[in-house]
Design a protein around this ligand. Structure first.
Ligand code: CU
Length: 179
């Protein structure tokens, strides 16, 4: 499924690129029709902008999309947390995870779409994933600092959206039996 989505995304980007190229070629034919201008004409400037957008688009695409979709390690050395969202709360089945050991978050909801985001103790967003009814979205993260982390909702989902907050601890040692 993820490969299919990646292939579809790349195909769509290729289509957009072809659109830009056709715009450049159309500009060229307008120039060939023969208006005489000393300074660069609007058509020439437009052509430069289009080529600049084209190459910037390629660079941004490969710099940002190439690493995605995220992979989930198959290692047995991971921890997992099941996260369930609903209007308007989060349920998580663990309150502690271990430091420096990959954690796989299995995220879904029982009603509408939510956005699961994890904040560190400074309020900085560490990672996020979509929470959707009928799907379990997985996201993996390795916590390198102990402390309290918050799960919040990043997608407006109703009047008490802002109340969708829960917490878990990242600890250096295993302190409970539910891992
Ligand atoms: Cu929400």
């Amino acid at each position: 499924m993820q490969l299919y989505v990646l292939a579809l995304s790349l195909s769509l980007m290729g289509f957009v690129s072809l659109f830009f190229i056709s715009a450049v070629l159309a500009t060229r034919s307008v120039d060939a029709s023969g208006s005489e201008r000393v300074s660069p004409s609007p058509e020439v400037r437009r052509k430069k902008y289009i080529w600049a957008m084209f190459f910037i688009g390629i660079i941004v695409t490969f710099a940002s999309l190439w690493r995605y979709p995220h992979t989930i390690s198959n290692s047995t050395q991971t921890q997992s947390i099941n996260v369930t969202g609903a209007q308007w709360y989060w349920e998580i089945d663990k309150e502690e995870v271990l430091l420096n050991k990959p954690v796989v978050f299995n995220v879904h909801t029982t009603d509408v779409n939510h956005g699961m985001g994890v904040l560190n103790s400074d309020g900085k967003l560490m990672f996020q994933t979509q929470a959707m009814p009928g799907y379990v979205n997985k996201v993996e993260h390795v916590f390198t600092k102990p402390g309290e982390y918050k799960v919040i909702c990043l997608e407006f989902c109703g009047v008490s959206h802002h109340d969708m907050i829960t917490e878990f601890q990242v600890v250096a040692k295993k302190e409970n039996k539910n891992d």
